[in-house]
Design a protein around this ligand. Structure first.
Ligand code: GLN
Length: 234
């Protein structure tokens, strides 16, 4: 499934997070190293970042590896808080920029790596697309990010085959869940990276255990187990 990355820390360039690392999202768009579902992530990409308090996004339904214009501009985009993703569309989902993470409610940026049965999600009129991830994002925004752990555990119970890795940020908090797919953390001197997989071979990358919630803020990093034991479904 898709791959995503979040950053909270000092202001850095988008290109240093996404394009320059040897196994960054650009390389993960065609050669991910730890992807369990899907071979590559050619169905679009999205970058969201906080420009002071303002959310800014750049999304596309094209593969990231061919985006020469983005490559030219990304070194000039600087932010302390970034959510980025490359997409491998689930069968049956539309391939369009509006189905591509990160989604936003104007305050949070949110990416979903995984799949969920749309019939277990609450009806909403605010989703950006009919894509499962867009509807899931709308449901999470409606309930509030403080309830993210409960929301994921409940949806995971309603759809035991769901994979629900969420990554969300609001400029001062970076929150992620590991629920069915890989999630890694890198604590750097200038900030923290949460990513589906390491963007380089730094030995400081740590795996987040499955069914855990990670929260990064100025107070530090917390990791909490999510309720509901594994059902042995995957
Ligand atoms: N289900 C979502 C989509 O179709 C996310 C897919 C993924 O994680 N690969 O875009």
């Amino acid at each position: 499934m898709c791959r995503h990355l979040g950053w909270l820390g000092a202001a850095v360039t988008v290109s240093s997070l996404v394009l320059e690392p040897p196994s960054g999202l650009r390389v993960q768009s065609y050669a991910p190293r730890r992807q369990k579902y899907g071979l590559m992530n050619a169905d679009g990409w999205g970058i969201g970042f906080f420009d002071h308090d303002v959310v800014r996004r750049w999304r596309s339904a094209a593969p990231l590896w061919g985006e020469a214009s983005f490559e030219s501009v990304a070194p000039a985009l600087r932010s302390h808080c970034v959510v980025a993703a490359v997409r491998s569309a689930t069968v049956g989902m539309p391939i369009e920029a509006s189905a591509t993470a990160p989604f936003t409610d104007g305050r949070w940026l949110l990416s979903h790596n995984g799949v969920v049965d749309r019939t277990v999600l609450p009806l909403t009129s605010s989703a950006e697309s009919v894509c499962d991830s867009a509807i899931l994002a709308a449901a999470i925004f409606e309930r509030g990010l403080d309830a993210l752990g409960d929301t994921i555990a409940e949806i995971g119970t309603a759809d035991p085959l769901a994979r629900l890795n969420i990554l969300a940020a609001n400029g001062s908090r970076l929150i992620a869940t590991a629920w069915g797919d890989t999630l890694c953390i890198l604590r750097r001197d200038d900030g923290v990276v949460l990513a589906s997989e390491p963007y380089d071979d730094d030995p400081d990358w740590e795996d987040v255990p499955d069914r855990h919630l990670v929260e990064v803020s100025a107070k530090g990093v917390t990791m909490t187990p999510l309720d509901h034991p594994p059902k042995g479904s995957r």
